[in-house]
Design a protein around this ligand. Structure first.
Ligand SMILES: Nc1ncnc2c1ncn2[C@@H]1O[C@H](COP(=O)(O)OP(=O)(O)OP(=O)(O)O)[C@@H](O)[C@H]1O
Length: 250
């Protein structure tokens, strides 16, 4: 029997009130693929992640994760999500290790008592993200790049087949960026499926097998060489959503 696609989004439209965020999206990501999600600010990247996760309800459309509904996929731990920014009280006395352990909650019983396998998973994620020395530091005392690595470590401990990463390189220093790239290449080599939104086009050819260019609708989907053409990228600027913040120049 053929394996179903890791992510299969069909004919999916999302409005926030009168704002059209996604317009009839079709997306097919095979298992083991690393796909970049590209687009200007406000082009619908975060909305697409949230819709795949079932956190945002589409007006219409059909979403399957490895052949399952998002509820079943989430319950089965098939996918994990690293949001663009975390709603965290940075003054709360949580250590880096505690934050990463949260990724293991789905593997624990209702009392959330970590077992040796949970501690091992956290140790491994700390090492992979270069945070072992900072494990006992309060989360708010980390730099932006270190915080991003901690939340990536929390996602890794879930050991999900599919990782949805919203802007993993935004606001990180060069050191953190190179740690994150190495880690994502490692996950790719292990056969995980990754959907990564990024404004940094320079990473895409090395890191990704595919790229999807979004401007509420799909402008292009193919290999990085097919998508990263100036004339294709220009289409994303035909009618960009007015937004504050950085955009990129093709
Ligand atoms: N909760 C919301 N309520 C109303 N409008 C929203 C909401 N979330 C997003 N939008 C709007 O939907 C559109 C798509 O936003 P979205 O955040 O998905 O884009 P994005 O590509 O992730 O942008 P960025 O790169 O800035 O994060 C934008 O016009 C945005 O203003």
């Amino acid at each position: 029997m053929n394996t179903p696609p890791a992510i299969h989004v069909t004919n999916t439209t999302v409005h926030y009130g009168h704002v059209l965020a996604l317009d009839n999206i079709d997306l097919h990501v095979e298992t083991g693929t690393t796909c970049a999600l590209l687009g200007t600010n406000g082009s619908g990247k975060s909305t697409l992640f949230k819709t795949i996760l079932g956190l945002t309800r589409p007006d219409h459309g059909h979403i399957r994760i490895l052949g399952h509904t998002h509820n079943k996929a989430r319950r089965s731990g098939l996918l994990t999500y690293m949001p663009q920014s975390e709603q965290v009280d940075w003054t709360f006395p949580l250590r880096v290790r505690d934050v990463i352990m949260m990724g293991r909650y789905g593997h624990m019983g209702p009392r959330r008592r970590p077992r040796p396998t949970d501690h091992q998973a956290v140790d491994q994620a700390l090492e992979q993200t270069g945070l072992t020395q900072l494990a006992h530091r309060q989360i708010g005392a980390l730099s932006g790049g270190q915080r991003k690595r901690a939340f990536l470590a929390r996602a890794l401990t879930q050991n999900a087949d599919i990782l949805l990463l919203d802007e993993p390189f935004a606001g990180v220093d060069k050191n953190s960026e190179s740690t994150i790239i190495d880690l994502l290449l490692h996950m790719r080599a292990l056969g995980h499926t990754l959907l990564i939104s990024t404004h940094d086009l320079t990473q895409v050819p090395t890191l990704c097998d595919q790229a999807l260019l979004l401007q509420r609708r799909v402008i292009a989907h193919g290999t990085p060489e097919q998508v990263l053409r100036p004339q294709t990228l220009m289409q994303a600027f035909e009618n960009p959503t007015p937004q504050k913040g950085p955009t990129w120049t093709p």
